[in-house]
Design a protein. Structure first.
Length: 314
């Protein structure tokens, strides 16, 4: 069973934390990270997105292919360059970002750039909120999710909110809730859940926002909170999973490793949505994903930190 990830791939320049500061080039971008995370788990994985006609795009496409990701649905344009991100780390491995986007090639993917085969040859599609930041790429993302749903593809959404990437927050909440309404699986950090709560349900408890997400369409809501217990919610069950304790040196791709590990576990099920409805199966998948996320924090970089199946202990 195969998974396709749609959105941005970009180059992360990771600080060495010294003075004078220098940066090392790594392949990254949340949906691209997830595609690699899934491939490294031994599950068929594809990436779909727009790249520039530059050396950074060459680097990204080479890295994706080298990690086993199918890139046949990727497109290239000479209208914009590939996006860059400069990342500094504090002494706990936590990140601060400086993005060179927009303009960027990934924002130029249009509906006509999709190969129709995407919507019949995959079982799960995964997106993030960075492909909602501008009107045209937002419309493209919504089209992809609608086509996926028409063809019975499971839709996964990791909010992965980066406010610096939004030229205006005027439509942010509306667009995020629109994607939630089309998503079977929603993964949020605690900060992102709080953000959604404050935007619409501040006069009520947090349970109001959780209920609104599940009522919209979502079959499974997962809320991560760093090293704290992971909470999950379905229309029938809710529970906690405690992630393993590790010494983090770089949290850059931890969330992507988590959702990649989770989707790989679902992709191995004959019916992913039915598997979500089984509390035991769901708990096991989230527990496995938590170990993937923890592993990723112990290695610098994005693609390089994503674990293979054999590196995760039961």
């Amino acid at each position: 069973m195969s998974v396709i990830c749609f959105g941005e791939a970009l180059v992360d320049f990771l600080s060495n934390g010294k003075n004078p500061e220098s940066f090392t080039k790594y392949a990254g971008g949340a949906p691209a990270n997830v595609a690699v995370a899934i491939a490294k788990q031994g599950v068929k994985s594809s990436f779909c997105g727009m790249f520039g006609m530059d050396m950074f795009a060459d680097f990204l496409l080479t890295e994706l292919s080298a990690h086993g990701v199918n890139t046949q649905y990727c497109r290239r344009t000479d209208k914009a360059k590939t996006a860059l991100a400069f990342i500094s780390l504090d002494d706990k491995g936590e990140r601060s970002f400086s993005f060179y986007r927009p303009p960027a090639a990934d924002l130029l993917f249009r509906i006509d750039d999709f190969d129709p085969e995407i919507f019949v040859s995959h079982k799960i599609i995964h997106v993030c909120s960075n492909s909602l930041a501008e009107a045209s790429i937002y419309k493209t993302t919504i089209y992809a999710l609608n086509q996926a749903k028409k063809n019975g593809i499971v839709c996964s959404f990791d909010m992965n909110l980066r406010l610096d990437l939004w030229p205006s927050q005027r439509h942010l909440i509306e667009r995020v809730w629109h994607v939630i309404a089309l998503s079977d699986i929603v993964k949020l950090s605690q900060e992102e859940l709080d953000f959604l709560h404050q935007s619409r349900h501040l006069e009520h408890g947090l349970d109001k926002t959780i209920a609104a997400i599940l009522t919209a369409n979502t079959q499974c809501l997962i809320v991560t909170d760093g090293a704290k217990p992971i909470r999950f919610f379905t229309n029938k069950n809710q529970g906690l999973v405690t992630p393993p304790q590790v010494t983090a040196i770089d949290t850059t791709a931890a969330g992507d490793a988590f959702i990649g590990g989770f989707l790989s576990q679902l992709a191995n099920q004959s019916n992913p949505l039915q598997a979500i409805g089984c509390e035991q199966t769901l708990t096991a998948a989230i527990s496995y994903a938590s170990r993937c996320g923890a592993y990723a924090t112990t290695i610098k970089g994005a693609f390089s930190s994503l674990p293979c199946a054999g590196q995760i202990n039961d």
